[in-house]
Design a protein around this ligand. Structure first.
Ligand code: DX5
Ligand code: ZN
Length: 218
């Protein structure tokens, strides 16, 4: 079984049966819950916010990986810590003072993540990488589930892996968007540590089995 962590994205769950889908993840081989928060400003879509995350956290038995696709994320760091977020990821493109934001996330006892849009070069993280617990490489343009995987992602994972080696950083590499059985193995081969999967998991006939298939890749 692979060391790669699998983080099903709740964005693709059935919101009318949220507790059922949360229990499915609890009972599966998944490692984390991936929770996408969209504000309709940073991305052209609105997903869900605090009350929904609160309900999920009451039932979730695995770490909450919260991906903020919002402007001014600093305003909500304390609120997400209170809701039980374990990893809090902000977008590089949404942070004027990224270093300060990372410190603020860690001060609340969470792991600090930085997500990069497909157009954002890995080199922009050179000066902060040792302060980052997780880099989320967006393999689609953020805002929607069910989009197709951008092939340039493999190149970015390799670039990031190189940077981590150069800097002696133990930062996790997460891939988010369009992950399926068609690209998961190659992503693991180039260095991915965490795979987020939304529609591939929840759109399948047996989501728990699909998680197992991803988890069994080495
Ligand atoms: C996209 C979100 C993703 C999304 C992935 O903006 O950040 O986490 O839920 O969904 P799939 O796996 O369907 O591309
Ligand atoms: Zn996400």
């Amino acid at each position: 079984m692979s060391q790669t962590l699998i983080a099903p994205s709740i964005l693709a769950a059935d919101f009318g049966n949220l507790q059922r889908d949360v229990e499915m993840i609890n009972n599966s081989e998944a490692d984390w819950f991936h929770l996408d928060v969209m504000d309709g400003v940073f991305v052209p879509n609105i997903s869900f916010g605090m009350p929904v995350i609160k309900s999920i956290s009451l039932h979730a038995k695995k770490p909450l990986d919260v991906h903020l696709m919002i402007v001014e994320p600093d305003r909500y760091i304390k609120a997400f810590a209170k809701l039980g977020a374990n990893v809090l990821t902000v977008h590089y493109e949404a942070c004027t003072h990224l270093h300060r934001t990372l410190q603020a996330i860690k001060a609340e006892g969470m792991q600090a993540g930085v997500a990069l849009n497909p157009h954002t070069n890995i080199s922009f993280l050179e000066d902060t990488i040792n302060d980052i617990d997780l880099v989320c490489i967006m393999s689609v343009n953020p805002g929607f589930g069910g989009q197709s995987f951008i092939e340039n992602t493999y190149y970015k994972v390799k670039q990031l892996k190189k940077l981590l080696l150069e800097k002696g950083a133990s930062t996790k590499i997460e891939i988010d968007g369009g992950v399926t059985n068609k690209n998961a193995q190659q992503l693991i081969d180039v260095g991915a540590d965490v795979l987020v999967a939304g529609s591939y998991v929840f759109g399948s006939e047996n989501p728990s089995e699909t998680i197992k298939v991803l988890k069994e890749l080495v």
